[in-house]
Design a binder for this molecule. Structure first.
Ligand code: SF4
Length: 353
């Protein structure tokens, strides 16, 4: 079924009513800037327009309903239900001030799909299977929800459920996020994490070259990566690295290589060495690659993998340092409420079964 977007519906209503052009701006201002929760709150426009909007789109602005919320001091997780009863999650993470920043920084991790078809072996979302591609409104309403709650959202990252480039609606969502009459984020405040869908990387380079990109590598060895991440068959490591090289050459932007450390699986010195080899082969701008290490969070994939010890993580990092590869270990917050990477939603599914 084709979903008519909120924006298209608003435009159709305004056209039908012969509304003057400034009405469109007023409606967008109310939704995306004032973060109004209902169309009745849109008092800057005439009553008949408010009624027409509510009649077509429903009284509430959002097309998502929050059905469960959990919080700890650094992660605020919301489980949403879409109108067709699929579940998705978004997590607002608070980063404390550091040497680069004097204030808290809030980054919202959004989902692009409900479930995921790509079946990475270590991922709870993959275990759920594919339910649907989210519409552009369902993606951007995750941001709008937190804004309606009065939260600050400095950054939006596509690291929640699903593979963003497997959803053709992603680019419409990016338009809404970056349009200055709508959510108005600068491209550099948005990041996309992909398992390496080459045409998606290429399209991003053309249409949104300012958006940050992270490639989830998780093993530098093709055979092992194929076992861990079946998508490697369609998009081999070499092809993805070539697409990243073009992206970096064209945009001069830093690219992140995300790497979930699984004990005794991909955390050996040989793995570190091969990651360094891949990055050093990226040409003159190899210094723009930065490895983001994530310690695997247990509990999401039925005991298949283990979290590596602090000592193993430290040895791995030292090896990367020795090879001159910039790396950071991502803060492991959110684990307590399953808000951490790869654990979205599966617990809810288990609970209702
Ligand atoms: S890691 Fe990403 S692409 Fe892989 S199964 Fe999980 S959600 Fe899908």
């Amino acid at each position: 079924m084709k979903v008519i977007s909120r924006i298209k519906t608003i435009e159709n209503i305004l056209n039908k009513m012969n509304a003057p052009p400034y009405r469109k701006r007023q409606v967008y201002e109310g939704i995306y800037r004032q973060h109004l929760e209902t169309f009745s709150d849109l008092t800057s426009v005439p009553k008949d327009l408010r009624a027409a909007l509510a009649q077509k789109l429903g009284e509430r602005v959002l097309c998502l309903t929050s059905i469960c919320e959990t919080q700890d001091n650094q992660a605020d997780k919301v489980l949403f239900e879409t109108q067709d009863k699929n579940k998705i999650e978004a997590v607002l993470m608070t980063f404390k001030p550091n040497e680069e920043r004097t204030e808290d920084h809030q980054s919202l991790c959004v989902s692009s799909q409900s479930g995921c078809a790509l079946g990475c072996r270590f991922c709870a979302t993959g275990a759920v299977g594919f339910k649907k591609n989210l519409s552009a409104d369902e993606i951007t309403d995750q941001v709008l929800y937190f804004l309606q709650q009065g939260k600050v959202v400095n950054n939006v990252s596509f690291m929640g459920m699903g593979e963003p480039f497997a959803n053709p609606n992603l680019f419409d969502a990016l338009k809404i996020l970056t349009d200055k009459d709508k959510l108005g984020y600068g491209q550099r405040h948005i990041s996309i994490s992909t398992v390496g869908i080459v045409p998606g990387i290429q399209r991003l380079q053309k249409e949104f070259p300012g958006v940050s990109l992270a490639f989830s590598l998780h093993s530098p060895f093709p055979k092992q990566r194929l076992q861990l991440m079946p998508v490697t068959k369609i998009h081999p490591i070499d092809a993805v690295m070539k697409a990243l090289k073009d992206f970096v050459n064209e945009t001069n932007k830093k690219v992140f290589i995300a790497y979930v450390l699984l004990e005794n699986v991909n955390d050996s010195i040989d793995h570190a060495k091969e990651i360094a080899h891949l990055i050093k082969n990226q040409g003159d701008k190899h210094y723009l690659y930065h490895v983001n290490l994530i310690r695997f969070n247990p509990g999401s994939t039925f005991g298949l993998f283990k979290k590596p010890s602090t000592a193993r993580v430290s040895t791995f990092r030292k090896a990367l340092d020795r090879y001159g590869i910039k790396n950071t270990l991502r803060q492991g917050f959110g684990v307590k409420i399953n808000a951490a990477c790869g654990q979205l939603y599966a617990n809810y599914e288990r609970a209702v079964k």
